[in-house]
Design a protein around this ligand. Structure first.
Ligand code: NI
Length: 389
């Protein structure tokens, strides 16, 4: 029976698992309930090895094929964490916890990989080994990095990594597979603007940090427009602006700006870094203030798909849907699966979530219809990348 028909048979079960994860979202490195359920199911499926507590709250399982002569090991990864957002979907199975929500569909990713695990442990129609990676803390927590530091590649002998993210706006259940860069790098920064606070009615006695900070916000956009090669991509977004006052008549002593950088190219990163510092410093100085720019640790690189691995991913996508993967451009959101792809070649694909609300939106919901399709893709990857002799 074709893989996808087998998955259609347990679509209801997958939906039940997904909605349960959805009701009980857990933030980065707090995925205790999720990880316990994942591990319990992996044990029940008869995986050869189930390791818990890998990367704090991560779970890793091993399924050996009917044959292992190829000596090849594929790592399949799903992320498990939710976001600090209060859900506004009004769904019967909406988050039970205010301020926590599966608004990026990681509940669906975890379920699809669990579904694949169930099928693969039962059938084992492949020649090699599958390592299932249930990663914690994708949302800015460095979960992938921690798992790699704890020896994910070496301990399980992983040769290639594959993963999947749902994507609103792509037709439900269709795949997008891109060679080369797919998602951008991301880094966070803070600019602290210092001046001299004072009475709002006597600005000449103060150094106005609100004015200086506003100038920085405006001037910063010139970096992308005037310093980055127009044929390259970059984003600088200042997303937070907070002064040390919250009144109507006090000029603040300090204003703090927070923002994010996106880019694909290391050279672009270097140019942006240099120019941001110069622009912040001088834009503040124009108003007599001082600005200090700090780049935060925890930046992630661009997600770059290996050409050969993308070819294998497309073969599996065609086998599952009977159609060519849809064509897309690279996107500026980032993904810490990039770190796994830096360690070993592999491919990250998008699966269409249909016309849903956007990722990270309080109205977003993962589309249950695509659960069997995504699970089929993982299973088909195993069977087509490592076929039985
Ligand atoms: Ni996500």
């Amino acid at each position: 029976m074709p893989v996808q028909n087998r998955f259609a048979e347990f679509a209801d079960e997958l939906t039940e698992w997904r909605r349960d994860f959805h009701t009980h979202p857990e933030l980065r490195f707090e995925e205790h309930r999720t990880a316990a359920l994942v591990a319990e199911r992996l044990e029940a499926f008869g995986c050869d090895e189930v390791v818990t507590g890998f990367g704090k709250t991560g779970v890793v399982a091993v399924i050996k094929g009917r044959e292992t002569g190829s000596g090849r090991t594929l790592g399949f990864r799903a992320d498990m964490d939710a976001l600090p957002i209060t859900e506004a979907t009004g769904l019967a199975y909406a988050s039970e916890t205010a301020g926590k929500m599966h608004a990026c569909g990681h509940d669906g990713h975890t379920t699809m990989l669990l579904g694949a695990a169930k099928y693969l442990a039962e059938t084992r129609n492949f020649d090699g080994t599958i390592v299932l990676i249930f990663q914690p803390a994708e949302e800015g927590g460095g979960g992938a990095n921690l798992m790699l530091k704890e020896g994910l590649v070496e301990r399980f002998g992983i040769d290639e990594f594959y993963g999947m993210h749902n994507w609103p706006g792509i037709e439900a259940g269709q795949f997008a597979v891109l060679e080369g860069p797919l998602m951008s790098a991301a880094a966070s920064f803070t600019i602290t603007v210092k001046g001299k606070g004072g009475h709002g009615a006597m600005p000449h006695m103060s150094v106005d940090t609100a004015l200086a900070a506003s100038n920085i916000v405006m001037a910063m956009q010139s970096v992308v427009a005037r310093n980055v090669n127009p044929l390259k991509s970059a984003v600088i977004s200042i997303c937070g602006m907070r002064s040390d006052t919250d009144t109507f008549n006090v000029i603040p002593d300090t204003v703090v700006l927070k923002g994010t950088l996106r880019y694909f190219d290391k050279e672009v990163r270097k140019v942006i870094g240099e120019r941001m510092k110069a622009v912040a410093t001088h834009a503040a100085a124009a108003y007599g203030a001082e600005a200090v720019l700090r780049h935060h640790s925890g930046a992630v690189g661009p997600t770059v798909n290996d050409a050969q691995a993308a070819g294998h991913a497309a073969v599996a996508a065609r086998a599952v849907t009977g159609q060519e993967p849809v064509e897309i451009d690279p996107v500026m959101p980032a993904e810490d699966f990039s770190e796994m792809l830096e360690a070993k070649p592999g491919c990250y694909v998008f699966i269409g979530n249909g016309p849903s609300a956007d990722l990270h939106n309080p109205h977003y919901n993962f589309n249950d219809e695509i659960l069997p399709v995504g699970a089929s893709w993982f299973a088909t990857m195993a069977e087509t990348r490592m076929p039985l002799g």
